[in-house]
Ligand binder design. Structure first.
Ligand code: UDP
Length: 320
């Protein structure tokens, strides 16, 4: 984005104290945004993630749950909806609240976008593809999702949120954008996050057993946070509106192999402990990013898994 334009933009980042949200707030301020308002209920986000931003007068933090945002009427130009726990362990703790966040929260933010004629971006997820029976997953694959299970509050919540984004655009001409984020990791993840890379790194650094769910043959494709943030900026900046866009790294790897990389890079002698595979845990996941590469000129993931994990290890070393 051009700096000239950025100095006029006032953005609202819902979920701005979370892992992805805090990186996004920092980047928007770095590229010269006029103001960044961060809303977060701190259910999984933390003030620690944004403590360096408080000193800037262009940054404002509001502790608020987006499901209770009806009376919020501050004028903004851009809205980023990242407010929702994304780790299975976290989003399953209070599934009804997770679902409400995706639906009521989205409606509140879409209404705000409608009133202000603001652009609004939804952080959707690869979970909308469920346990996919095609690989890689492209945006026109409709998914294989259980509507009645432990992951449904998140998967179906995000699917509902996508529907709301579709309909607010069709009915009220709201300028909407949807990204489907595939497994993302990096500094600022919480020690208690529960997702696999942060778990493995923390376990390896502490000398604890690495907990592999199932036989470890299930796959994921991991994207480093910096690549995601660049993708988010490109999607918001693009003057053409598209449907959902996958943002992820297509480098697919088994969870077993991932544990070996973490052990090698930490130099840890931790051993592996095998646990039960949680219900509805997808067998494989890999993004088709052809659409993103085509329309977000110049965007593609650039940080390798080894490089990204090394940076994540550095971060967790300072936290432990
Ligand atoms: N997983 C694991 N050990 C852990 C945490 C997760 O083996 O300590 C597995 C999990 O069962 C899944 C994969 O790693 O197969 C990715 O899990 P994560 O919670 O990071 O994200 P998901 O892609 O399932 O939403």
């Amino acid at each position: 984005m051009k700096k000239k334009q950025n100095k006029h933009i006032k953005a609202l980042v819902a979920g701005g104290a979370g892992f992805v949200g805090s990186h996004l707030c920092r980047e928007l301020l770095d590229i010269g945004y006029k103001q960044v308002i961060c809303i977060d209920d701190l259910s999984t986000g933390s003030l620690d993630n944004i403590k360096d931003l408080h000193e800037m007068n262009r940054f404002r933090f509001i502790k608020r749950d987006i499901t209770e945002l009806v009376d919020f009427n501050e004028a903004v130009d851009e809205i980023y909806n990242l407010a929702c726990p994304a780790s299975p362990i976290q989003y399953q703790k209070n599934p009804i609240q997770t679902f409400k966040t995706s639906i009521y929260g989205c409606i509140n933010l879409l209404e705000l976008a409608r009133q202000n004629d603001a652009r609004i971006l939804l952080a959707s997820t690869s979970e909308v593809y469920g346990n996919p029976d095609v690989s890689p997953q492209s945006e026109n694959y409709w998914g294989c999702v259980n509507s009645y299970g432990i992951r449904s509050c998140y998967d179906e919540g995000k699917r509902g949120a996508e529907t709301l984004f579709h309909d607010y655009h069709e009915v009220f001409n709201v300028n909407t954008r949807i990204i489907r984020i595939f497994n993302t990791y990096g500094p600022s993840m919480s020690i208690e996050d529960g997702r696999v890379i942060s778990n493995f790194v923390v376990q390896a650094l502490k000398g604890d057993k690495l907990t592999i769910n199932g036989d470890g043959k299930q796959t994921r494709s991991f994207q480093y946070i910096d690549d995601l943030i660049k993708g988010i900026l490109c999607v918001m900046e693009d003057d053409v509106q598209h449907g959902p866009i996958n943002l992820g790294n297509p480098n697919e790897i088994s969870i077993m192999k991932l544990s070996e990389i973490v052990l090698k890079l930490t130099g840890s002698s931790s051993i592996i402990s095998y646990q039960c595979l949680p219900k509805d845990d997808p067998v494989r996941r890999r993004p088709d990013i052809a659409l993103a590469k085509k329309i977000l000129k110049g965007w593609e993931p650039r940080v390798s898994l080894e490089e990204g994990i090394a940076k994540t290890i550095e971060y967790f070393r300072t936290k432990l």
